[in-house]
Each structure stands twice: as structure tokens, then as C-alpha cells.
Design a protein around this ligand. Structure first.
Ligand code: SF4
Ligand code: SF4
Length: 489
């Protein structure tokens, strides 16, 4: 959506009327709101906001926080709700374990997720960022609220930071940062439990520190990372790090619903005179925006939404609430800043199902079908065979040759499965080392050493192809192919 606040042709009108507060065209969207002209960071002090959207977001954030903190403890069929164990290459989604062998399913699921985000963003902008993104929820609904409680509203924080270091300032800052670090430690531990599971995290916490130096290292690293983000980095995580905001410019079009300033109603912006009735404003050249700057004062990314949709806008709705409060006070209808599309504002068009959206939906449908098929056809047991690393062929006393293999069997079901391996070709013998049989526990991976012996007459020079059948309950469930190494003739 293009910025269309006070256009240059309206600039003349603004100059003609000294009460009109026009856009500063010399500095219009020329640099980041969080940076000074010389590039230094400009610290944002967003004013406290109150309003219906903020209240709805607060309730919704409690729900999300409850899910986020309870998530690691929720199990389905004994498996966690969500676990991304990169170290052990084990991923659990909604209680279903996905092994590295299921990577294709995982990759298609990620594509489905990304396409859904694209469709959702094309239709509804960055609603995710404002309502559900963990960064926004934690920053605006937890850390920011604590900051308001300890240091007060924006003007008090500004005054405190400008004040000399005295006992009061030191104690407030120490108190705030101690709470920030404690919370960051908690958030870091929650993240860690989504990676390794809460049981392993509990062991790291309760065992002697020397036994889990790597785990402790990650705990401290995550805590410091989150402390750095929420105490200092803040909105810059959305502006500089998160790629989603950058995608916005290619995903949004004039039909996308975004947090938008209704410039057709708001311009010419101008302060309202004390004695002026709102109904009288339209008899002048003035619009509904009274240039009070409340929408800018509450913005956590420091932007002026009246300048149009911007990459920094996280759709947090704070400016909508602030402007609604102003409109209510001056007796004007709410919604000067609201969820709307450019076409909705300029042509009063409702949300349209555009050909672009239709195209995205077709792609999503295809991907979802592929995903459904992959999950439906996913085998319950999957086996792989590899020659044991570093082993060579050996000649047995009876003249046969032997090779050692490692067979890995993954059981994706929730019941134990006995597995039998049979050498199908060429003729020879197959022995499972150790216990002699394989029983793969539910949702587990078993690794066995297997010795295969061949008669020299059945072997080819150098490499002989092998076919191994994997059976369960007398039924063949998989065929494995590998090679037998022998002497060259
Ligand atoms: S809060 Fe509303 S009235 Fe005030 S400057 Fe922003 S858009 Fe204009
Ligand atoms: S412009 Fe409004 S919705 Fe966007 S980040 Fe600022 S306050 Fe939030």
C-alpha cells in the first residue's frame, strides 16, 4: 500500500493554512524511525495504551503464554506436544514422532506452513505479528508491562534515563534488569525443553553441573540471548532480524487488510480548536485527524502510520486504540486508523478474493494433498542397512567370506514390533549379533549388528549385490539393498 498522507498538491493548502500540520517532506520516510539521521539508535519510549484491541490482545496473550509454558509438559500417547530435538534428529509434532527418514514429510509440512502464511499475509497482513508472534507477545505483554510497573509511563522512563545516577535510579534499574534476566532464564529454559524435552532439562538442573556442561552452556546462552532481545534489542528484532516483515512488501497488495490510516477521512490534518465542534471541521478544509500524534506516541516501533504501511509496522493495534480514544473524546466516529485495505479506504471495497489469492490457494491445496498422501502412506517401520564403518571382509575357517553390517530399524507406531531379517539373494547366512532377534520398542530406533556369510561360489569378483528382506509377523515390510565386499579374482 502506498503512503498517501498529505500529498504534495495538498501541501500548498497546508502552507496556506497555518493551523494545518503538514508532512515534513524533507524527511518523509527517509530514515528508520528508530535511528537518528547520523545512524545512532533512537530509543523508543512507547506510551501506555488502553483500548478494546489492547484488552483483546491481552486476553489472547494470556492464552498463548499458558500454551507456551505448558506445552513441554503436555503429552499425546506419551510423546510431547512439540519437540524439535535437533541433536538427536527427532522431531515430535502433536505427539507424532518424525524421524530423519520422514524428512520429506517434514519438508512438505514446512512448505504447507509457509504457503499458509503467504495466503494469510496477502489477505490479512501481519495480524500474526501483532497478535500471536512470541516476540511481540513477550515484549509488549510481559516485559513492557513490567517496565511500566517499575519505571512508569513513557515520560517517566525518559526522565529516569536522563536523571543522574542516584540510589533511586540504581535500585529501579537493578530491580528491573534482575526481573528481566529471571524471565529470560525462564523463557530460555522453556525453549530448551522444546528442544530436548523437559525430562532432560530437569536432569540438567538437578544433576551436578559437571555432568551437563553443554546443556548448561545452552541454558546460559539462551537466557542471555532473550535478555539481550527484550532488555535492549527490542523492536529491532522485528525490523532487522525477522525476514517476515521484509516479505511483507512483496506479499501485500492494495486488497490486503492492514492496520491503515484512512487518509481520505483524516486529511487535511490539523489541530482542533478548543471551541471548535467536530461537525464544523468538514466545513473547513480539515479532515478528522487532529494531529495530536497519539498514534505515534504509542507505537512500539516509533513509526507514524499516517505515512502509510511500513515495514516496521507489526500490526500491534496500539495506534488504532490510541486514535479511537482521541476520536471518542472529540465526538468523532472511531476507526480513523483501522484494519482496512487501500481499496477499502479509497474505493470502499470489501476484502476481495483476488486471482493472486486463488493461485496461492491452489498451491496450498496441492501441497496439503501431497502431505496427506505422504502421511497416509508413511510406513510403520523403516529400516536402513550400512556396512559397519571400518570393517573389511573376513574369510572364515570353512572358506566362507563374511561382512559386518549395521541395521537401523525405526518403529513409528505406538506398539513394540518384532522384526526378522532374511537374506534373499544370493544364498548365504544372516546372523543378528547379540540377542539374535530384533524387537523395536514403540516410537524408538534400534540398531543391530548383522553378520552375513557367503559361499565363494555365490560371490562376484569384488562387490556382490545383496538383498535383505525385513519381516514382521511373517509379512515382508521392507526390502533392503546393499553390497557384499569380497576379494577380487
Ligand atoms: S491519533 Fe488519530 S487524530 Fe491523533 S494524530 Fe494520530 S491519526 Fe491523527
Ligand atoms: S503503526 Fe500502529 S500497528 Fe503498526 S506498530 Fe505502530 S502502533 Fe503498532
Amino acid at each position: 500500500m502506498n503512503p498517501t498522507p498529505t500529498s504534495p498538491d495538498k501541501k500548498g493548502a497546508a502552507e496556506a493554512n497555518p493551523s494545518t500540520k503538514a508532512v515534513d517532506w524533507s524527511d518523509f520516510r527517509d530514515h528508520l524511525a528508530t535511528a537518528h539521521q547520523d545512524g545512532r539508535r533512537k530509543w523508543i519510549y512507547p506510551r501506555k495504551v488502553d483500548g478494546r484491541f489492547y484488552r483483546w490482545r491481552t486476553w489472547f496473550s494470556w492464552l498463548l503464554l499458558a500454551i507456551m509454558f505448558a506445552g513441554p509438559f503436555i503429552t499425546i500417547h506419551g510423546n510431547p506436544l512439540l519437540m524439535m530435538n535437533i541433536v538427536e534428529r527427532k522431531f515430535v509434532v502433536l505427539g507424532q514422532i518424525f524421524w530423519p527418514q520422514d524428512m520429506i514429510i517434514f519438508a512438505v509440512a514446512v512448505l504447507v506452513g509457509l504457503t499458509s502464511i503467504v495466503i494469510f499475509t496477502a489477505a490479512f497482513g501481519r495480524i500474526w505479528c501483532g497478535w500471536a508472534c512470541p516476540q511481540t507477545v513477550m515484549m509488549e505483554m510481559v516485559f513492557r508491562k513490567i517496565e511500566y510497573l517499575i519505571e512508569g509511563d513513557a515520560h517517566q522512563q525518559r526522565a529516569l534515563n536522563a536523571a543522574p545516577w542516584n540510589a533511586g535510579k540504581i535500585s529501579k534499574k537493578l530491580f528491573k534488569h534482575a526481573i528481566f534476566y529471571a524471565l529470560s532464564f525462564l523463557v530460555g529454559n522453556v525453549l530448551l525443553s522444546y528442544i530436548i524435552g523437559w525430562q532432560q532439562l530437569y536432569q540438567i538442573i538437578t544433576d551436578p553441573p559437571a555432568q551437563h556442561l553443554t546443556g548448561l552452556g545452552f541454558m546460559i546462552a539462551f537466557s542471555l540471548l532473550f535478555y539481550g532481545i527484550f532488555a535492549r534489542f527490542r523492536e529491532q528484532a522485528c525490523t532487522f532480524i525477522c525476514p517476515y516483515g521484509r516479505f511483507q512488501s512483496v506479499l501485500l497488495d492494495e486488497n490486503s487488510i492492514v492496520v491503515a490510516y484512512d487518509h481520505t477521512r483524516g486529511e487535511q490534518r490539523a489541530p482542533i480548536r478548543r471551541e471548535q465542534k467536530f461537525s464544523e471541521r468538514w466545513q473547513t478544509s480539515h479532515g478528522d485527524c487532529i494531529a495530536c500524534n497519539q498514534c505515534v506516541a504509542v507505537c512500539p516501533t516509533g513509526i507514524d502510520i499516517r505515512n502509510g504501511t511500513q515495514m516496521e509496522c507489526v500490526h500491534c493495534t496500539a495506534c488504532m486504540d490510541a486514535c479511537d480514544n482521541v476520536m471518542t473524546k472529540i465526538g468523532a466516529p472511531r476507526g480513523l486508523i483501522r484494519y482496512a485495505s487501500l481499496n477499502g479506504i479509497e474505493r470502499r471495497e470489501p476484502l476481495r478474493f483476488t486471482p493472486r489469492l486463488a493461485g496461492y490457494c491452489v498451491v496450498l491445496l496441492v501441497l496439503t494433498t501431497v502431505l496427506g498422501l505422504l502421511v497416509f502412506l508413511r510406513s510403520e517401520v523403516e529400516a536402513t542397512v550400512l556396512r559397519a564403518p571400518g570393517s573389511l571382509f573376513q574369510q572364515m575357517p570353512d572358506g566362507h567370506y563374511s561382512n559386518l553390517y549395521t541395521v537401523r530399524v525405526v518403529n513409528k507406531t505406538s506398539r513394540d514390533i518384532p522384526v526378522e531379517l532374511r537374506l534373499q539373494s544370493p544364498a548365504g547366512s544372516l546372523t543378528v549379533m547379540g540377542e539374535g532377534s530384533i524387537v523395536v520398542a514403540a516410537q524408538k530406533l534400534t540398531e543391530s549388528s548383522v553378520l552375513i556369510e557367503l559361499d565363494p561360489g555365490a560371490m562376484k569378483s569384488g562387490t556382490t549385490p545383496l538383498v535383505i528382506g525385513v519381516y514382521s509377523g511373517g509379512k515382508k515390510i521392507e526390502t533392503l539393498k546393499t553390497a557384499f565386499i569380497g576379494p577380487r579374482n
